[in-house]
Design a protein around this ligand. Structure first.
Ligand SMILES: [Zn+2]
Ligand SMILES: [Zn+2]
Length: 248
């Protein structure tokens, strides 16, 4: 461990680390989360838009300003299969670009910064959960081959460590390739993911508290479809946890 930190310090001298958002040198303004170094400067970290009241306590959708937190119209008319969806941030710039770089043009350390941010939020919000099963939203195997990694699994590993939960990236599978949700409207998104997932191991889910992890929630259709399966398999509670919530 010592040798690794000596080497890391030497590398820092040769290549001083820069903020992944503003590219400024981190030396004086480095941010950390729960003692873990992240590659965002303190100014950029505080510029990320957080989910704050008033919002829907079920799906975290931001509501018109001025009122109290209340269940939104969508959750009232179509209650989701997950018990709640929680997110630390809104899906806005500059986090939007960070997630994009994390997924499509992987920058070294982007996952090492976004993961601890989500894990720290999970620790504050979900720490009372009973040895949760932490399940990333799966990619279809073809997409996984193209991208080389599942961004939801990178985030889920950080969350499982922070909560002393059990990571499970085997039980839930995406058995049908789907069109990217970003290209579709709300109704099409629901239809697109319907029946796209299967549970390989229902017994493992039965009577467990589950945290379903993804990078972004827009309409919540994908998370809802996964939660439906998990509940059917007997999950006691399903919490959807995402890094960024779109304000729609
Ligand atoms: Zn910065
Ligand atoms: Zn809602």
């Amino acid at each position: 461990m010592r040798v690794i930190s000596v080497v890391a310090n030497l590398l820092d001298l040769i290549y001083p680390p820069r903020c992944l958002i503003c590219a400024g040198f981190l030396c004086e303004k480095e941010a950390s989360v729960n003692g873990q170094r992240i590659y965002f400067c303190r100014d950029c970290l505080s510029s990320l838009a957080v989910v704050e009241s008033p919002f829907c306590p079920v799906c975290s959708r931001p509501l018109e300003t001025g009122g109290a937190d209340r269940v939104c119209r969508e959750c009232n008319t179509h209650p989701p299969s997950f018990d709640m969806l929680v997110a630390p941030y809104l899906y806005e710039s500059p986090l939007m670009e960070c997630i994009h770089q994390f997924k499509y043009r992987p920058k070294p350390h982007m996952g090492d910064s976004l993961g601890p941010l989500l894990a720290s939020f999970a620790h504050e919000t979900l720490y009372g959960m009973d040895h949760p099963l932490v399940i990333p939203v799966p990619l279809h195997k073809k997409k996984l081959r193209e991208r080389g990694f599942n961004q939801a699994l990178v985030l889920a590993r950080h969350v499982a460590n922070a909560l002393r939960g059990e990571i499970d990236f085997v039980s839930l599978k995406r058995h049908r390739a789907t069109v990217p949700q970003t290209e579709l409207d709300k109704k099409q998104r629901k239809r697109n993911v319907r029946g796209a997932f299967v549970l390989a191991d229902s017994d493992k889910i039965s009577d467990r508290e589950v945290i379903l992890v993804d990078d972004v929630a827009t309409t919540g259709s994908t998370l809802n479809e996964c939660a439906k399966l998990l509940k059917k398999a007997g999950a006691r509670e399903v919490v959807a946890l995402v890094l960024a919530r779109a304000a729609i």
